[in-house]
Ligand binder design. Structure first.
Ligand code: AMP
Ligand code: ZN
Length: 118
């Protein structure tokens, strides 16, 4: 997908704060975070939503989610939300599958609302 912003991030054509990469996924900081450390995990290949993601990539995705969450716990998070918005009506703005990992901490306010800032 030539004009997909997350494909461009996956191809390293535009910059993002990528801090973890596996064979088929990358994790980077959300540009408009709901909380400190809000992370997006995307497949390197373009899939629109979770339904399109081949099941064979499910274990690897779960592994990346857990790795990101563990990193956030090391940084002081006490909990986290995992959210996938599938489709415009569900708040999906970028039409390349992405998993939100949103760290949560007692006393730290997080506004979790999609589309972001709506
Ligand atoms: P969604 O509403 O699930 O489609 O969320 C899209 C997310 O992508 C939002 O949280 C945006 O802040 C985030 N986002 C959009 N463009 C970028 C970008 N270039 N770098 C990092 N995060 C982005
Ligand atoms: Zn894409």
């Amino acid at each position: 997908m030539n004009d997909c912003i997350f494909c461009k991030i996956a191809r390293k054509e535009i910059s993002a704060e990528i801090f973890y990469e596996s064979d088929n996924f990358i994790a980077f900081l959300d540009a408009n975070p709901c909380s400190k450390g809000h992370t997006l995990i995307i497949p390197k290949k373009h899939f629109f939503n979770l339904i399109e993601l081949p099941a064979i990539l499910g274990n690897e995705l779960l592994d990346v989610i857990k790795k990101v969450a563990e990193m956030r716990f090391k940084d002081g998070a006490e909990g986290f939300n995992v959210i996938v918005n599938n489709g415009k009506e569900a708040g999906q703005v970028v039409m390349h599958l992405h998993v939100h990992v949103i760290p949560r901490k007692k006393g730290e306010k997080a506004i979790v609302r999609f589309p972001c800032g709506a």
